[in-house]
Design a protein around this ligand. Structure first.
Ligand SMILES: Cc1ncc(COP(=O)(O)O)c(C=O)c1O
Length: 397
């Protein structure tokens, strides 16, 4: 029996294959240093756990409104709007089981088959998967490496926008690059969106995952609120990846359609999880120690990479990802294929990581080689030891 043909266009997070390879290597009795996980090995703050337990005891276990419970929609409107200097009401908020569903619902709501959608690559791979799956015209845009990180190739974005695009996906505080837009870059993207009348998905999964400075949402720039859907998630800020709680903050007409998709898909986000979400915003103090721990890890990882021959990486202020250039390290270890380099590193040192390949189609003319270290699922001591092992392996070749 054949499966539906449209599934041929459905992508996935190929990074899960890296988890599998690491698990298999561990099962053979080897020690693993897990830099591949975008997941977190940190506990959800206790007040949030307690609120969820109480909500279950209180019987908040049934269906609830598709767009989210009123208390959570109101709290999210205040929190998301307040932190971005935007005026949002509960009618702009549609609660979701995580941040990820906002991607597919943005595309289903605003993209017709054949419409061009710009998205970043390297970038979160689900953008490309969903554009392909729903029959869009993929318009991937790239980045160039700078002394302080990565910058969007604005000329390419301009050219692609002129080719008749309908929407752009923009991930400021970026996975996997760890980079963020400066003011000029953000404003240039906003100007292009307005000039070409594009819908914008602003993926702000890491908006508050920063160690210094402050974040600005593209949605808060003039002329942007009416064309922008913000992806918000509890996953990272409150170490709640498995709880599945997030929302779309969108213009009312878009929010209403996304709520209709909710009704057709999951009916509603788990009621007692939403109650816990209200508590998280009422008392968010548990997020600060999580961020402090991630900052210690960032510093340990940057120190460790500094000691690895042939590997270079800027120090990002945000996210929990590093995207080192490994072109020279690969040459030193005799590798021309970044996948082979990753496998060799796993087998020789136990250090497990994703590569550029896991983050969307390569851009034409990409010559440099990159890997991604996530430090959200690995403790400081293991970061230091793992990167020492990598330095020793590469240095000895
Ligand atoms: C850029 C980006 N967007 C969205 C998501 C999805 O977040 P969630 O786990 O809340 O669905 C992630 C998760 O890693 C991400 O990195």
């Amino acid at each position: 029996m054949a499966l539906a043909t449209r599934l041929e266009n459905l992508g996935t997070e190929t990074a899960f294959a890296v988890s599998l390879a690491a698990a298999e290597w561990a099962a053979r009795g080897n020690r693993i240093f897990p830099f591949h996980l975008g997941d977190m090995n940190l506990p959800t703050p206790q007040n949030i756990v307690d609120a969820m337990n109480k909500a279950i005891v209180d019987g908040k276990t049934g269906y609830c409104p598709a767009a989210g419970i009123p208390a959570l929609r109101a709290a999210l409107a205040d929190d998301i709007g307040g932190r971005r200097g935007m005026s949002l009401g509960p009618e702009n908020i549609v609660v979701q089981p995580g941040g990820k569903p906002v991607i597919t619902k943005f595309i289903q709501t605003l993209m017709n088959p054949g419409d061009g959608v710009l998205y970043p690559t390297p970038g979160y791979p689900i953008y490309e998967s969903q554009v392909d799956y729903f029959g869009g015209r993929p318009l991937p845009y790239g980045y160039r490496e700078t002394p302080t990180g990565f910058a969007i190739d604005l000329n390419q974005v301009r050219q692609l926008a002129e080719s008749g695009a309908r929407a752009i996906i923009y991930n400021d505080l970026q996975n996997p690059l760890g980079c963020e837009s400066g003011r000029a870059e953000r404003e240039a993207i906003a100007d292009l969106a307005i000039e070409h009348d594009l819908w914008v998905l602003s993926d702000e999964a890491y908006f508050e995952m920063r160690y210094s400075g402050s974040s600005t949402s593209i949605a808060s720039l003039p002329g942007m609120a009416e064309r922008t859907v913000v992806l918000y998630t509890y996953s990272k800020k409150f170490a709640m990846t498995g709880w599945r709680l997030g929302c779309a903050a969108a213009p009312v007409a878009v929010a209403e359609m996304i709520a209709k998709l909710n009704t057709n898909n999951e009916s509603c986000t788990t009621h007692f999880v939403q109650e816990a979400g209200v508590e998280a915003l009422r008392d968010p103090s548990g997020a600060a120690p999580l961020l402090a721990e991630l900052e210690r890890r960032r510093d340990a990882a940057i120190d460790g990479i500094g000691g690895i021959p042939g590997m270079t990486c800027a120090k990002p202020d945000a996210t929990f990802y590093l995207f080192p250039n490994v072109t020279e390290a690969m040459a030193m270890t005799g590798h021309t294929d970044v996948g082979d380099f990753a496998t060799a590193a796993l087998h020789e040192t136990g250090v497990s990581f994703c590569t550029r390949r896991h983050f969307g189609r390569p851009q034409e003319g990409e010559t440099e080689q990159y890997i991604r270290f996530a430090y959200s699922g690995i403790d400081v001591d293991d970061i230091t030891e793992g990167l020492d092992q990598l330095a020793t392996w590469i240095g000895a070749r």
